[in-house]
Design a protein around this ligand. Structure first.
Ligand SMILES: Cc1cc2nc3c(=O)[nH]c(=O)nc-3n(C[C@H](O)[C@H](O)[C@H](O)COP(=O)(O)OP(=O)(O)OC[C@H]3O[C@@H](n4cnc5c(N)ncnc54)[C@H](O)[C@@H]3O)c2cc1C
Length: 519
């Protein structure tokens, strides 16, 4: 099958859908999404969306908190755009019907999360992402000229004369198809599934980063992966996220003796930055030989169940009462700060290719993301990318397809199994890193990556599982290489062998572009 449109959007989370809304009336829009239409991190986001809308808040204060969390590596221009334009886009979302919780005066009720200096997180109970996705899908469905294909797995970008002009994808039955458009947006979300322990849904395998890298676009800041401190740690249960908003409302981390150890481990206590809380949890578990738990026993049980219905349900399924029981928690990979390098209008280094949301790296998060800034990023930069795509099309209209498919050859490469990649990434490229461990990880990943990359470039066929493994290998390798290069600790990147931040040598962002040969 060959499809043609003016605009191709890959991914249907907050970034892809907000871009689609911006493209209304400018031409035919095609969305490819690899699973059910609403599957992706956006629908699982709990805590909320940050925006300076409170009476004691301002874009300047929001910027200061974002820059502090980013630990010296944020792109200040991108941060300025995020915090200045954020309130407008959040209000627009409310005008489109997003029902955020309200205070008794009818104003949006604002929560506080780690490293925010004031209450600024709008939320819809603990299912904020679901409410935003509902609103954006309603908006997108009303657009004339929009077609969405689900269970369409984009696998490769089509590049002609140095310009992205489309993508190859596999349909539900594994059939190969192509979609062509003069402007292509990657909105494929994050890559948490590169790790064994993650809060991310199964679709988060870093496909967008892998496709862009293979096509020659620059990727940046890949060493910066945020680990969330409080994922549910019950054997046989998924690593369900226990939002930071719980600690914002007064939940405490306690050890097996009930000691609230964060107050003596970290100046910021339970609401210290996520990477510091994560490492403190691991150290406390190692010190005591027992898991750490989240305790809400100081809070009113009715309030807890009313404010956090989704989390209460997940705990109930694990046989626990969120309000009364101590809930065992531990860190899990949560968010990729790095990604495909873009400017503030979503332009990548490859003409015709745009990126927005978690797959992109505007530099807004620097070395660590401020809680609840990522939904805002998807909204603001999704809209901006959509606007830039409207004006980017060379001559408008769709292009004819490129030449015949490349020849296939027999014998698929022996790939590492996904589980092996996830294990090695968790063990060696996780919360605590050092040279020896990172070299071990690369020794395992590099040969498998080289084999699959050569296979793909020679036109070798892969099924959906093979492409998934190729993404995990590509993204895992990029994270491990960047982590090995950066000989300091900063933000979410912690090197036990270089435990300090080193501004003299490392106050700079890391960038990698594939050298394309015979492409
Ligand atoms: C459990 C959880 C809770 C969170 N809570 C918050 C929060 O409270 N506040 C906050 O700001 N952030 C939160 N985050 C982070 C935030 O949800 C994400 O960063 C954000 O939603 C990403 O949006 P996106 O549009 O970039 O990607 P996503 O919403 O992940 O959407 C990606 C889309 O791309 C599709 N896709 C991926 N690969 C392909 C491919 N190869 N071909 C076709 N389609 C593809 C997916 O199917 C999906 O439709 C949370 C994340 C998780 C996992």
């Amino acid at each position: 099958m060959e499809l043609f449109a003016e605009f191709l959007i890959i991914g249907s989370g907050i970034a892809g859908l907000r871009a689609a809304a911006e493209l209304a009336g400018a031409g035919d829009i095609l969305i490819l999404t690899k699973a059910e239409p609403r599957e992706g991190s956006t629908g699982y986001a709990q805590g909320g969306i940050a925006a300076a809308v409170g009476p004691d808040d301002s874009p300047e204060l929001h910027a200061a908190d974002t820059l502090a969390a980013g630990d010296g590596l944020c792109d200040e221009r991108a941060v300025g755009v995020l915090v200045e334009e954020g309130p407008r886009y959040v209000r627009e979302l409310m005008d489109w019907g997003a029902a955020f919780d309200r205070d008794p005066g009818g104003r949006p009720s604002l929560a506080i999360e780690g490293a925010h200096s004031v209450r600024r997180v709008l939320h819809a109970h603990d299912a904020t992402g679901r409410e935003i996705a509902r609103t954006l899908w309603a908006r997108a469905s009303s657009l004339a000229g929009l077609t969405a294909y689900d269970h369409a797995l984009a696998v490769e970008l089509i590049v002609e004369d140095g310009r992205a002009i489309g993508a190859c994808f596999l349909d539900e039955d594994g059939g190969a198809s192509s979609a062509y458009a003069p402007a292509v947006l990657l909105a494929t979300g994050g890559a948490g599934r590169v790790y064994r322990e993650t809060t991310n849904p199964p679709v988060a395998t870093g496909d967008g980063v892998a496709m862009a890298y293979r096509a020659g676009a620059a990727v940046v800041d890949m060493e910066f992966v945020q680990f969330h401190p409080t994922a549910l740690q019950v054997a046989g249960q998924p690593r369900f996220l226990l939002s930071e908003a719980l600690r914002g409302e007064g939940a405490r981390l306690v050890n097996a003796d009930g000691d609230a150890f964060m107050t003596r481990s970290e100046p910021g206590g339970d609401l210290a930055p996520r990477d510091r809380v994560s490492r403190a949890i691991v150290r406390e578990s190692e010190r005591t030989g027992h898991p750490v738990s989240l305790s809400l026993e100081l809070l009113d049980p009715d309030f807890v169940h009313e404010r956090f219905p989704l989390i209460s349900d997940a705990c109930r399924r694990a046989g626990l009462d969120l309000a009364r029981d101590r809930v065992p928690v531990g860190p899990a990979a949560h968010y990729l700060m790095g990604g495909v390098a873009t400017d503030v209008d979503g332009r990548t280094t490859l003409p015709g290719l745009f990126a927005a949301g978690e797959v992109a790296c505007t530099g807004v998060h620097g070395a660590n993301r401020l809680a609840s800034n990522s939904l805002l990023e998807g909204l603001v930069f999704g809209a901006r990318a959509g606007r830039a795509m409207r004006t980017s099309t060379p001559g408008g209209g769709s292009r004819p397809p490129v030449a015949a498919p490349r020849p296939a050859r027999g014998g698929a490469p022996a790939l590492l199994r996904a589980r092996e990649i996830q294990d090695v990434m968790w063990r060696e490229v996780g919360l605590f890193r050092d040279r020896a461990g990172l070299e071990r990880a690369l020794a395992a990943i590099e040969p498998a990556w080289r084999a699959v990359d050569a296979w793909i470039r020679d036109g070798g066929p892969l099924d959906a599982d093979g492409w998934r493994t190729a993404s995990l290998l590509t993204v895992g390798r990029l994270i491990a290489r960047a982590a090995l290069r950066r000989e300091e600790s900063r933000g979410a990147h912690y090197r036990s062998d270089y435990a300090r931040r080193d501004d003299i040598h490392w106050r700079r962002r890391s960038r990698e572009t594939m050298k394309l040969v015979n492409w």
